[in-house]
Design a protein around this ligand. Structure first.
Ligand code: NAG
Ligand code: NAG
Ligand code: NAG
Ligand code: NAG
Ligand code: NAG
Ligand code: NAG
Length: 793
């Protein structure tokens, strides 16, 4: 037997001495060869192994499986999960038609590759993707007759696909284990929904537990981050897969409780780190609110009704809703646009898709049983209408995750009048026959249309699942992302506590701020505040992505800024020279725009209260983003007595009114902004207000340009431009708030190239009166304070 020769080179399964693992690996099983439970097959680059194992470990239940070679305890694929070999040795071999069979000692078959093809010269090869493939030795790998990737267990590996393709006719899905220790098929599946609108769903038996949202709304395209690969080509393939972000082992597992867990292997910690969990909770829970219900996740899920509907039973919000006014058939009804919602369930007969038609509204209006419609665009196929019938289930607001779509809901005329509808809906009488054609053709149309384009390649959209995450993140995810808040992940100490860098699934980087104290607001109030602040979006504001409350800890999760903060560059003698004049101008203008948005354009009209270079973060292009806005709102005012350290750091940026009496206004931010302008042009910190005094003195002596940072060579800037910035800076720090400009004026000054210099009165804190006041109010707090102030003079 040639097999004996071959397997002398194979390492043994389990408890193998290390030196054997480095022996020559064989990745192919050839015709006539077999393979037993003392041996393993190793992929060419030694990434994966295939062999036998027992589960539970000490039991007699023997399985054939595949695992990452470096992680032998964690099986990613099992051949005979529902049919273990008991109390016997096991052998994998080829049968007479070339299929793989798994047999016990008495040749009883426990599993087979079951391909209908007959191979004369079969080979089975374990690839470095973890795919075990059976083919004829002369054919290419694309012409395999069987592959393990087509029969997933509970684990999806990079490159492995869920969903359907026309080649095999299979609808591949993950099936959970019965329990952690019982590999046999459980009741849960993670699969691509093939009826209605394509989306990923978790089902129990055949009942949907939760769904990821359809792939083709605009919301899905807006969804955050990258990684997933969605192929939609109804005549060939509808599938989901993903690429691994790094070379480290990566997997997606449907666990026995129904959570879909993305994890990456951490070599340092020798364990799987969860990077993302997709699970039914809150509004993700399928059909939480019943027919015509609407789930708002805010932070705790709550059920309401769609417009024009009311709760069926006052006691039970899961009971669904009923229409208030039933006159919705040729009675002047129309549609109400709902923005930012997750489209209703589309399985069964709930939805009809029609491709190529732009007038979705007329189509839906003409059919009295059409409840709602949505407009979508199928890549490479074109515009399409989705029309819902019978029920509207599992709708939620998705504004918090920014991935919702517009849904147009049929409503009685009375309802629409109530809300001052703008568009007049003209009832259109259409011959019955066209309604029938619509109904009959609608479901076939899409396929025919696609077939006509059959030569086109499949539609590939690269997106991922994370768009369904709630604003509230679980501590497990944050801990996994930040290596358990390891000191090596710590990137700074902000005003409210330490900040850690973290990495979410598919490599998305985040900054996690661990708040040093509990907000004095109630929990609901706090959550509400976070929600509001997360909706403030501007390119010069750091985005708040979410939060996490765990025991006594409150964490805020922000987008990660690779270039640290402005003070990191500005107040370091080496790094300061990296900031050329143009960059400094861009930073000043960017901060001004972000601040104007906070002050005037955002819904909340926020006063920042703590503007300083440490709170100006820089993205990879060195564009400034303001951070920590809104935090003051969450925590109420600063308490000077108890937070002396923070106050000192911040002191140079506080307007006199604020520092003295805690009286702040938009103009206090303008003051802080002015201080920053002077710091940015001079490269000096306004410690103890020295800079302001110095700048004012130079200005009055007509030597303002002496203030310019020495590392900026004279050929970098025009003198009049430089003077303009110093002038605006000094204007913003004038003692009296009414003499300082509002941010919109600051912007127009910054943008006006021919701005005449503006006459100035003295800056705040320059006057002796202020200095002595500060001195006395702080001299009791601690020594550091006094020293700082004395240095400053
Ligand atoms: C497994 O295969 C090896 C090599 O072919 C052979 O030496 C050994 O006896 C076999 N073990 C069993 C239990 O069949
Ligand atoms: C398997 O072996 C164990 C002990 O070796 C024995 O107790 C058990 O009855 C056997 N089971 C079967 C099904 O033969
Ligand atoms: C092989 O499996 C069959 C069916 O389970 C069983 O009847 C037979 O005893 C097994 N052979 C050995 C040697 O355990
Ligand atoms: C292979 O096919 C046979 C006959 O159709 C069936 O009894 C058996 O369960 C199949 N095995 C697997 C592993 O699908
Ligand atoms: C689930 O399966 C049952 C029984 O096979 C069937 O009656 C029911 O219609 C199925 N439900 C769905 C949603 O497919
Ligand atoms: C509420 O209604 C849902 C759906 O009708 C039902 O399954 C559930 O048992 C009800 N709950 C209560 C407390 O009545």
């Amino acid at each position: 037997m040639t097999s004996n020769f071959m397997f002398n080179h194979l390492s043994l399964l389990c408890f193998v001495p290390l030196f054997l693992r480095h022996s020559i690996a064989v990745d192919i099983l050839k015709a006539g060869q077999s393979f037993n439970d003392t041996q393993v097959i190793v992929s060419a680059a030694e990434k994966f192994e295939l062999g036998f194992f027992t589960q539970p470990k000490s039991s007699n239940f023997k399985y054939l499986g595949i695992w990452y070679k470096s992680i032998p305890d964690d099986v990613v694929w099992v051949a005979n999960r529902d049919n273990p070999i008991l109390n016997s040795s096991a052998t994998l071999k080829f049968n007479t038609n070339g299929n793989l069979v798994l047999v016990n000692q008495t040749a009883q078959a426990f599993w087979s590759s079951n391909s209908t093809a007959s191979l004369l010269n079969p080979i089975a090869q374990l690839l470095d993707t973890g795919n075990f493939m059976l083919r004829d030795s002369n054919s290419r790998s694309e012409d395999y007759v069987w592959q393990s990737f087509n029969y997933p267990s509970d684990t999806l590996l990079p490159g492995m696909k869920l969903g359907w393709d026309s080649k095999t006719g299979l609808n591949r899905k993950l099936i959970s284990r019965k329990s952690q220790n019982d590999l046999s098929s459980g009741e849960l599946s993670y699969e691509v929904n093939l009826e209605g609108l394509a989306e990923l769903v978790v089902r129990k038996r055949n009942k949907t537990m939760f769904r990821g949202g359809p792939w083709f709304g605009d919301g899905f395209k807006r969804g955050r981050s990258k990684g997933g690969i969605f192929i939609y080509n109804p005549s060939f393939e509808i599938s989901f897969s993903y690429n691994a972000p790094t070379n480290d082992p990566y997997k997606v597992v449907l666990d026995s409780s129904g959570s879909v867990i993305f994890s990456v292997w951490s070599i340092e910690e020798n364990r799987w780190r969860t990077t993302y969990t997709f699970e039914g909770s809150g509004c993700e829970d399928y059909d939480l609110c019943g027919n015509f219900g609407l789930c708002s996740s805010g932070l705790v899920a709550s059920c309401g009704c769609l417009d024009g509907f009311e709760q069926k039973s006052a006691q039970n919000s899961s009971d669904g809703c009923v229409r208030k006014d039933e006159k919705i058939c040729r009675k002047g009804e129309g549609f109400r646009k709902m923005s930012d919602v997750k489209w209703p369930d589309s399985t069964g007969n709930l939805v009809k898709l029609k491709v190529g038609n732009k007038n979705c509204e007329t189509e839906c209006l003409n059919d009295c049983s059409c409840l709602a419609y949505g407009i979508l665009s199928l890549p490479n196929i074109g515009p399409a209408c989705a029309a819902w019938f019978d029920k509207l289930l599992d709708i939620r607001f998705a504004r918090d995750v920014g991935t919702g779509d517009d849904l147009f809901l049929r409503e009685a005329a009375s309802e629409l009048e109530q809300s001052e509808r703008k568009s007049i809906i003209v009832p259109v009488v259409v011959p019955i026959i066209s309604v029938l054609i619509f109904l009959v053709l609608i479901s076939f149309f899409i396929i025919r249309n696609v077939r006509r384009r059959a030569k086109d390649n499949g539609v590939t959209i690269t997106e991922d699942l994370i768009h369904e995450s709630e604003l509230e993140m679980s501590i497990a995810i944050i801990e996994a992302a930040t290596n358990n808040f390891s000191t090596s992940n710590k990137i700074g100490e902000g005003g409210f506590g330490p900040v850690y860098k973290g990495r979410l699934p598919f490599g998305e980087e985040i900054a996690v701020k661990k708040l040093a104290e509990r907000s004095r607001q109630g929990l609901e109030e706090f959550k509400n505040e976070v929600l509001l602040i997360s909706q403030l979006q501007h390119r010069n504001l750091v985005k708040l992505l979410g939060f996490c409350i765990h025991k006594e800890e409150t964490l805020l999760i922000y987008e990660y800024m690779p270039n640290k903060s402005l003070d990191y560059f500005l107040f370091d003698d080496g790094r300061r020279s990296l900031l050329n004049w143009q960059m400094r101008i861009d930073i000043i203008v960017g901060i001004a725009r972000g601040l104007l948005y906070l002050h005037r354009d955002s819904r909340l009209r926020i006063i920042h209260r703590d503007l300083k270079p440490a709170n100006i973060l820089l993205d990879k292009e060195m564009k400034p983003k303001i951070s920590d806005f809104g935090t003051a709102r969450m925590f109420g005012e600063y308490q000077m007595e108890t937070k002396t350290k923070r106050v000192i750091e911040t002191y140079g940026y506080m307007s006199p009114q604020y520092a003295m009496g805690g009286c702040f206004s938009f103009k206090s931010d303008v003051y802080s902004f002015g201080v920053m302008i002077l710091e940015i042009v001079s490269g000096k910190r306004n410690q103890g207000f020295f800079l302001l005094g110095h700048a004012w003195k130079l200005w009055n002596e007509g030597k303002a340009l002496d203030l310019m940072d020495g590392v900026l060579s004279r050929d970098q800037f025009q003198e009049c431009k430089a003077l303009k910035y110093i002038n605006i800076g000094l204007l913003c720090v004038q003692a009296r708030p009414e003499e300082r400009p509002i941010m919109s004026s600051v912007i127009s000054m910054l943008e006006n190239d021919n701005m005449p210099l503006i006459h100035l009165k003295g800056p705040g804190f320059y006057e002796e009166r202020f200095l002595s006041d500060i001195d006395s109010s702080f001299s009791t707090s601690n020594n550091v304070t006094i020293t700082l102030l004395e240095d400053g003079r």
